[in-house]
Design a protein around this ligand. Structure first.
Ligand code: ARG
Ligand code: GLU
Length: 693
């Protein structure tokens, strides 16, 4: 908030703001283009987003439901992160074909591997539909009536939009807490095949230790290809499908980068809360983040212990662990960043000024009202957080919940894929650790009666766990397989089902209460958001919070100083990989091939002016989760990299962006090409790409 004011004051003073904060709507980018061009960008607003001609948006897509990706060729070849394709790579892997360990490179089209369930979506168009969505609204309506009206009007809009062609999908999304509504129409392709990825030792180099950190040396990329029917339309998988021919793909810049260069990121950021009340910030940074981190530390220690002992367990738990560890580390950075930035205090000061200003306006009392709801919400929110990080993470109880209500056949299918990646000792040890900590975190008078009874019955958590895991059908593959017609009875009386249901019954009233209070909050935020805009009426510095819709963020390549006495350069090289290389440590044990290449200086055309192969770089672009895989584009509109992370001193940017500490981390496109050629031996893929200096 403070920064917003500084920006406004700077604007009023006629100084061009160099904030770099913001995730802008592509269809409104003409409002920002002058600023972008002043900072070096050479293209026009129409080049970024157009519904009349091919534009950069046609080369960007949502990958799955939480990542971004971009087209590299006229034959449907796409680039995303290694961690975005990770679940697919893992699914294709086994101890015999360990693509995680060895990498995978299709050497011809027929070797590209299909991925049922994976899809990519291109934005066809977006449109402000606020007046249509709110048609029929009258101020005397309740919030429920308003929601119903919006649902009705949106459904009509979506039906019309999606009937216009093949593979269309549409959503109506609220912006600024429902002060504005936009229609997004996507074209979704469902035949997406796996083309190639480096081994984990490159694609996840540095593992969880380097994750969210700079300096970084992770080759976080994977390649896929979109297939379409013979008319170039989206289609379900078929071996007769052909590579998709897009309207637009990125030209690749091999000319390199330097500090100060303009950078532009085009992708699908997931969720931010830039206009949040100080009480919301306090709950996140002082209560929620630290507690969730503590619980996840327990689980991660247990997973790590078992994964380091067995290759099979390492493969089984690779995706699960990455998901747990990723947020675990981000939350630590976020809580630390908010503390360092004094965001709670800054927002409180802002709110005081707002309260003064709001007197006698329609915004009078709004800040105080939000404050009181947050205070009421705290206990409920906390219990929901603890429930979701304890009982909901026990794998057998998740399975129990997942199969409930299914037919016998489907129960067996679900359990089969469950056991492919299940290792009971991990689950059991997690249960013990989490249920112990549960007793410490939840005050006696809030603990579920069930928990107390079990503790009394068994004396200690270990004995409870022995009994639960020995007697639950869900922990035993053979028993699940031999379930017969009475399966329903067996499963509902199973101790894992009972455990889950009892814990859920405890959490449910809190969950419902939290939901209701959050609904009230949303409503108040709708007014507060408008108030914030009126209070400091400079429209151009406001951007809607991220909501997994296509956004533009622009900035420049820049180092940073995380703390006194230290300065980080903006670019890393292969030299740093060799410095970190350690055959003793799984995450730092690089392929021998890479060592040999470095030793022989066999860098080919990928060497930079330092005589090294560039690997990663940082910039000031405002990004968040979902931006992984987004293209990083230079002033000329060519691809220089692929976004995959942020520095953890800056992960509070979801709440409070700061130019001194917030940096996004990208993979230099030249390291992608180097790896394809030198490690994968798949330089044949270059034939379909377009390189520019
Ligand atoms: N931190 C990045 C993101 O939020 C990368 C995560 C994948 N890498 C990992 N080591 N877990 O998604
Ligand atoms: N790695 C994140 C992702 O998967 C991007 C990092 C971030 O949160 O900025 O989207």
């Amino acid at each position: 908030m403070k920064k917003l004011l500084v920006v406004i004051i700077a604007c009023l003073a006629g100084i061009s703001a160099r904030a770099d904060e913001g995730m802008w709507l592509p269809s409104l980018i003409h409002e920002r283009i002058a600023d972008m061009q002043a900072k070096g960008f050479k293209l026009s607003a129409e080049d970024i987003y157009s519904i009349n001609q091919a534009s950069l948006k046609d080369a960007v897509m949502m990958f799955g439901r939480g990542c971004s990706a971009e087209l590299l060729s006229g034959e449907g070849l796409i680039l995303t992160n290694y961690h975005c394709g990770y679940a697919q790579i893992q699914k294709h892997s086994s101890v015999e074909h360990d693509y995680l360990k060895d990498g995978f490179w299709a050497m011809k089209r027929e070797e590209e591997l299909p991925n049922p369930g994976l899809s990519v979506s291109f934005l066809e168009r977006m449109e402000d539909v606020t007046s249509i969505v709110l048609r029929g609204y009258t101020p005397d309506m309740t919030e429920e009536q308003r929601i119903e009206l919006i649902r009705h009007n949106s459904t009509n809009l979506i039906d019309i939009a999606t009937s216009a062609g093949k593979g269309l999908r549409a959503t109506v999304e609220a912006l600024y807490y429902g002060n504005q509504y936009f229609l997004f129409v996507y074209r979704e392709f469902k035949d997406v095949r796996f083309v190639g990825a480096p081994p984990t030792s490159i694609g996840k180099f540095g593992g969880e230790t380097d994750n969210w950190m700079w300096p970084r040396h992770t080759g976080d990329f994977s390649l896929f290809r979109i297939y379409a029917d013979k008319d170039n339309n989206p289609a379900e998988y078929s071996k007769d499908n052909v590579p998709y021919q897009p309207k637009k793909y990125f030209k690749i810049s091999t000319g390199g980068i330097k500090e100060g260069d303009f950078t532009f990121i085009y992708g699908f950021p997931g969720y931010t809360q830039e206009y949040i009340h100080s009480e919301g910030v306090r709950y996140i940074s002082e209560i929620s983040d630290p507690c969730k981190v503590a619980l996840r530390t327990l689980r991660l220690d247990i997973m790590n212990k078992h994964m380091s002992k067995s290759q099979a367990v390492r493969i089984q738990y690779s995706t699960k662990k990455a998901i747990v560890a990723n947020a675990w580390k981000k939350w630590q950075g976020e809580a630390g960043g908010i503390k360092k930035m004094k965001t709670v205090q800054t927002n409180q000061d802002y709110e005081k000024r707002f309260i003064e200003w709001a007197k006698g306006t329609e915004y009078e009392g709004i800040v105080e009202h939000i404050d009181s709801i947050y205070k009421e919400l705290e206990t409920h929110h906390f219990i929901v957080d603890i429930f979701s990080e304890t009982a909901q993470t026990i794998e057998i109880s998740r399975l129990a919940r997942q199969v409930s209500g299914h037919s016998l056949e489907s129960v067996k299918n679900i359990s089969k894929s469950f056991f492919k990646d299940y290792y009971m000792p991990i689950d059991k040890e997690c249960f013990v650790a989490l249920m112990k900590e549960f007793g410490n975190m939840i005050p006696d008078d809030h603990q579920p009666a069930f928990y107390k009874e079990q503790m009394q019955k068994y004396g200690k958590v270990e004995t409870w766990a022995d009994s639960l895991f020995a007697n639950s059908v869900f922990a035993d593959e053979a028993k699940m397989e031999s379930l017969g017609e009475n399966y329903h009875d067996v499963l509902i009386h199973d101790p894992a089902s009972i455990y889950y249901i009892e814990m859920q019954n405890w959490a449910l009233p809190h969950l419902n209460k939290a939901r209701a209070l959050n609904r009230d909050l949303q409503l108040l935020y709708r007014t507060y958001m408008r108030g914030q805009m009126d209070f400091a009426p400079d429209r151009t510095v406001y951007y809607p919070d991220a909501n997994l819709t296509l956004r533009v963020s622009y900035g420049h390549i820049k180092g940073y100083s995380p703390y006194d006495g230290a300065y980080y350069h903006p670019s890393s090289t292969l030299k740093g990989i060799i410095e970190k290389d350690n055959p003793e440590i799984f995450d730092y044990n690089i392929p021998q091939k890479l060592r040999d290449i470095y030793h022989n200086k066999d860098f080919g055309r990928w060497v930079d002016e330092r005589g090294e192969v560039p690997v990663c770089f940082i910039a000031t672009n405002h990004t968040t989760g979902g931006n992984s895989g987004s293209p990083v584009i230079n002033a000329e509109g060519n691809l220089i990299g692929i976004n995959f992370d942020r520095v953890w001193e800056g992960t509070m940017s979801d709440i409070d962006f700061d130019l001194d500490f917030c940096r996004n981390i990208s993979l230099d496109i030249r390291y992608v090409l180097f790896t394809i050629e030198k490690i994968g031996g798949a330089a044949y893929l270059f034939d379909e790409m377009t390189f520019v200096e």
